[in-house]
Design a protein around this ligand. Structure first.
Ligand code: PLP
Length: 354
């Protein structure tokens, strides 16, 4: 077996809520650790599930034609630019598998989403970290300076998980321009829909100008479809072709394809989710300022906050039925923005614990 795999740590998935309820003797556990949509899913998705006839004995549409057409029309990108995955997780893994080999270097911001590094290491590539600036923003100058002959891939998570900070399209464009053509730049826009500081903010259309650019999206966050595992990448047609060769032929089941189509067509649900998130995000920021807690200005559906005893606070919250994410950066917690009532409750509990 590959020696390097022996030293890798698996991604730690969320524990099932019923297991936690039993362990802590609670009637209810509120998960604010996974950036899921606290407002549910489009009600139309439910109808799709009950009405759709699942042909269990048949393989699904391996090229996801209907979903491809719908996404292509909605985002105004060509159908042959799209590669769908079992969650964005699969696309992240596929990019690493397709483009990296032993000794290649991958540039990452620190902190950022842990799966980029894990997947690089599986391919025996080397993650090289560039710390974010003191305000949480990406240090583009330092990233540029870190590019060398071995650099093959650069990950930009925008807004960044876990900092929540957003880089505007001008900054992204400026950066992409300076990257050598043989280095792939991947912009993970898992949270882009939650950005309200700038409209018209996606880097998706830059893919037409820069063949070495890839933009990623998921249905797990704003669309509230985490359980169905649908994500996609927008590539230049040439790179999309390589990815299609490496991808498993029947990765997305029919139900997932169908619910993603339905969810995309209900932009009303998306608008409501974004509006609610924005309102609650502002309340969080007011509260953080009032209580003199250090945080980064978030454009995502979570806040990233600094507390001296962050791990203890996380443990205390868990016993009270609130799950948050610690261990991403020492002394910091990432908390998904929940519904109004849960946000009020968890904020009181944080004051109690701190
Ligand atoms: C949640 C998340 C993903 C993965 O999403 P799935 O589509 O559920 O696999 C990818 N990137 C970032 C930054 C995320 O936070």
């Amino acid at each position: 077996m590959k020696d390097n795999i022996k030293n890798l740590k698996a991604y730690v998935p969320e524990e099932p809520l019923d297991v936690l309820m039993e362990r802590y003797g609670l009637d209810r556990v509120v998960r604010l650790s996974a950036n899921e949509n606290p407002f549910g899913t489009s009600p139309k998705v439910r109808d799709t599930i009950t009405n759709s006839f699942l042909e269990s004995n048949r393989y699904p549409d391996g090229s996801a034609e209907k979903l491809r057409e719908t996404v292509s029309n909605f985002y105004q990108v060509a159908q042959e630019q799209l590669v769908f995955g079992v969650g964005l997780d699969e696309i992240i893994s596929l990019i690493n598998r397709t483009f990296l080999t032993d000794g290649d270097e991958v540039l990452l911001n620190a902190p950022t989403f842990s799966e980029y590094a894990l997947n690089a290491e599986i391919e025996e590539a080397v993650p090289v970290y560039v710390p974010v600036k003191s305000d949480g923003h990406i240090d583009f100058d330092a990233l540029k300076q870190a590019i060398n002959d071995k650099t093959k891939l650069i990950w930009i998570c925008n807004p960044n998980n876990p900092t929540g900070t957003y880089e505007d399209l001008a900054a992204i464009t400026e950066f992409v321009k300076t990257v050598p053509e043989d280095v792939l730049v991947v912009i993970d826009e898992a949270y882009l829909e939650f950005v309200t500081d700038e409209t018209d903010n996606s880097a998706m259309h830059l893919v037409n100008d820069y063949e070495n650019l890839v933009v990623l999206r998921t249905f797990s966050k704003v669309y509230g479809l985490a359980n169905f595992r649908v994500g996609f990448g927008v590539f230049s047609p040439k790179l999309a072709n390589y990815m299609q060769t490496v991808r498993l032929p029947y990765n997305l089941n029919s139900m997932s394809q169908q619910v993603a189509v339905t969810a995309l067509q209900d932009q009303d649900f998306v608008k409501k989710t974004v509006q609610k998130t924005k309102e609650e995000r502002e309340l969080w920021e007011d509260w953080l300022r009032e209580n003199k807690i250090i945080f980064y200005h978030s454009q995502a559906n979570f806040v990233f906050i600094q507390l001296d005893n962050a791990n203890k606070v996380a443990e205390y919250l868990k016993t009270k039925g609130f799950l948050v994410r610690n261990g991403l950066q020492p002394g910091w917690l990432r908390i998904t923005i929940g519904n109004t009532e849960d946000n009020l409750q968890i904020r009181d509990l944080i004051l109690e614990a701190k």
